[in-house]
Design a protein around this ligand. Structure first.
Ligand code: GDP
Ligand code: MG
Length: 279
């Protein structure tokens, strides 16, 4: 007698990209080949360009010639990594799972599929570089690791999520869960992940951290001082959004917009205040 195998989940892999002409080509080919060989379900790789001033789009289009399952969507404005992911997540309606990784190959395709393999156990599976069993081939600089640990401590104090690594660039979620939190996503900068994870927690979705394999790459787009300040501002703002005081702070909005402009960082996206889910 034949046993019915459950259908393999379909997968949309998002790759936010900002001036990645030098790094993204080999990474896309690697992902396309690996997914073709090892992912049983339907899949698509969607590169979300935001404000690129280099030839990233041409590089992605040239990979598409060889691998039609890779495509690009281009936002000419600098909408930030978070902005790119907020837009990209909107495009996942036809898929069971939606994931994302960085454009520099810090997470290998095999590492990403390890997360996908756990997707039947949680609504959101995230790679963790700070768990027993993780493999770090090339560490970030000491300064960067220090900043990352300070940020982690602040995130823990503000949100009590008990997640060891919120910032690893590799995550995969069930589309059904994404649909329910999407209207709460506002942070357009690198602190986007906190917004996503906290919105998931508030809705009661299960987040599973899995040790991952990770390699720091040259050519980071992060400018430590400015990026850290922006991220700090964004998480404090996020805390306030979920507090009873947020409406009182409305008059400060022009100031907020001014600060993001001064930091040359993408401002949070406005959603109707009622679209922020309250528990
Ligand atoms: N800094 C920055 N990175 C962006 C932006 N948009 C997308 N990214 C992407 O965010 C990902 C992580 O960036 P990366 O420079 O590798 O960060 P790092 O590995 O944490 O130092 C890459 O895929 C970038 O292309 C943006 O507006 N600013
Ligand atoms: Mg990187």
């Amino acid at each position: 007698m034949k046993t019915m195998q459950p259908a393999a989940p379909s997968l949309l892999l998002l790759i936010p990209a900002y001036n990645e002409e030098g790094r993204i080509g080999p990474v896309l080919r690697d992902y396309a080949l690996h997914l073709r060989s090892f992912h049983r379900g339907r899949y698509e790789v969607l590169v979300v360009l935001n404000g690129c001033t280099d030839r990233t789009l041409e590089v992605v289009e040239s990979v598409r010639q060889e691998h039609p399952e890779v495509r690009a969507v281009n936002f000419p404005e600098a909408i930030g990594k978070g902005g790119a992911l907020i837009e990209g997540l909107r495009m996942g309606a036809e898929f069971d799972l939606i994931g994302y990784v960085d454009a520099d190959g810090a997470t290998s395709p095999a590492g990403f599929l390890q997360l996908v393999a756990h997707a039947d156990q949680a609504d959101c599976v995230i790679g963790s570089r700070w768990m027993h069993g993780s493999v770090i081939h090339q560490m970030q600089s000491g300064r960067r690791r220090f900043a990352s640990r300070v940020f982690h401590a602040i995130v823990q104090c503000l949100f009590w999520m008990n997640i060891r690594d919120t910032q690893c660039g590799a995550k995969v979620m069930r589309r059904a869960a994404v649909e329910q939190v999407h209207s709460a996503l506002q942070i357009a900068d690198m602190a986007f992940d906190i917004n996503l994870l906290y919105a998931m927690k508030r809705k009661g979705f299960k987040i599973l951290e899995v040790p991952t394999e990770w390699t720091d790459r040259l050519g980071s787009k992060v400018v430590l001082g400015r990026t850290s300040l922006t991220m700090l501002l964004s998480i404090i703002r996020l805390r306030l959004v979920y507090s009873p005081f947020y409406n009182w702070l409305r008059p400060l909005r022009p100031l907020e917009a001014w600060i993001y402009r001064k930091l040359r960082s993408p401002a949070p996206r406005r959603t109707d205040k009622n679209s922020i889910p309250k528990k």
